[in-house]
Design a protein around this ligand. Structure first.
Ligand code: ZN
Length: 63
């Protein structure tokens, strides 16, 4: 992370009800909710949220 960035992107994985997780960022960004039936898959929801957060950081880093 560079010094002097006007916006800090501090990402957190938030635990929701019934094992659902969501990545949130200090800039106000939120990922989809993982670990529900809708987004359920073979991947660990924590892993999915972590990857979504990484993708967010990558996208903002490009802009
Ligand atoms: Zn952010």
């Amino acid at each position: 992370m560079r010094d002097g960035d006007p916006m800090q992107h501090c990402r957190t994985i938030t635990q929701l009800d019934e094992g659902a997780v969501q990545a949130v960022c200090s800039c106000g960004w939120r990922s989809a909710v993982f670990g529900t039936e809708k987004t359920g898959g073979t991947m660990d929801p924590l892993q999915q949220a972590s990857e979504a957060a990484d993708l967010h950081e990558w996208e903002v880093d490009l802009s």
